[in-house]
Design a protein around this ligand. Structure first.
Ligand code: ADP
Length: 274
């Protein structure tokens, strides 16, 4: 007799949230958290009510990027926090990142469940979730438990990153979460001479999107100010909204809004009994 298929975990209901969008990457260091943060702020600039949930429990960087670096007793504060008009939640607010680094999948999934079910997110148009990088057990459980409308996959133009992005695509296919599209980060550098330099090659993200039959959501250039703003706790979309790179995040937010409109608001799901 074939072994019984393990049952997929039950989806959590988030009735006040219209669209839940995961930002994912096949591997770390491609700029996933930076994209998630600036995408959330760009959606807000477009007039949407937005929450940002840092589920990258192995390396929560959103507290630094959003300039909130204190840790609190979970019971001694009102959650979610609010910063720059975003509703914000990260494991980094409850414990030092080193503590969470050693967690295994089930523990990560348990905390995500707490974030989704016990934090009053209220009425939101978008909840952006910054997933941990990769396609392991923890990621799989998260994608099966969170009521995702769709996923945005972040890649860089290099082949190695594209191979990992392909794995990410496959994971979302397996759990039947629509891939809203692929965004290519660190695509090119615009020199002071106005010329475009394709430092890591050109067109890989678009090629992968075409091959997978998913939308290509755009290119984000390499811009040292992006890293600088992240380190200073004021993301570039907030600090320099007129800059070319902030405009590319706004274009991404517009593309994501269009794509979620196509897949529809998250379906009504039975609430998870805790
Ligand atoms: P990930 O979440 O994929 O691990 P991060 O968002 O933490 O990656 O980004 C990794 C580093 O790259 C950070 O120092 C960040 O500031 C920087 N970075 C991200 N996107 C850009 C960009 N478009 N231009 C320049 N630096 C970037």
């Amino acid at each position: 007799m074939p072994p019984a298929q393990p049952q997929a975990p039950q989806k959590i209901a988030l009735p006040g949230v219209k669209y839940v969008v995961a930002v994912a990457s096949g591997k770390g260091g491609v700029g996933k958290s930076t994209v998630a943060t600036n995408l959330a702020l760009a959606l807000q600039l477009l007039g949407r009510r937005v929450g940002l949930l840092d589920a990258d429990i192995y390396g929560p960087s959103i507290p630094i990027m959003m300039g909130v670096q204190e840790t609190w007793d979970p019971n001694a504060h009102e959650w979610p926090l609010e910063k720059f008009g975003l509703k914000l939640m990260s494991m980094g607010f409850w414990m030092k990142p080193e503590t969470a680094m050693i967690w295994r999948g089930p523990m990560v999934a348990k905390y995500l469940t707490v974030f989704l079910t016990q934090i009053p997110w209220g009425e939101l148009d978008f909840l952006v979730i910054d997933l941990p990088p990769g396609t392991g057990d923890a990621q799989l459980t998260l994608t099966q438990t969170a009521p995702l409308s769709g996923a945005v996959i972040v890649t860089t133009p290099q082949d190695v990153s594209l191979i990992d992005a392909r794995k990410g695509l496959e994971m979302f296919r397996q759990v039947r979460v629509p891939v809203l599209g692929i965004v290519e980060n660190m695509s090119f550098f615009r020199g002071e001479d106005g010329k475009r330099y394709d430092l890591f090659g050109h067109g890989g993200g678009k090629k992968l999107a075409d091959a997978a039959g998913v939308p290509f959501l755009g290119e984000i250039p390499i811009e040292p100010k992006v890293a600088e703003c992240g380190d200073q706790g004021v993301p570039i979309v907030r600090k320099y909204p007129e800059s070319a790179v902030a405009q590319s995040y706004l274009a991404l937010a517009t593309a994501v809004s269009e794509q979620v409109g196509k897949v529809g608001a998250q379906p009504e799901l039975p609430g998870l009994q805790l």
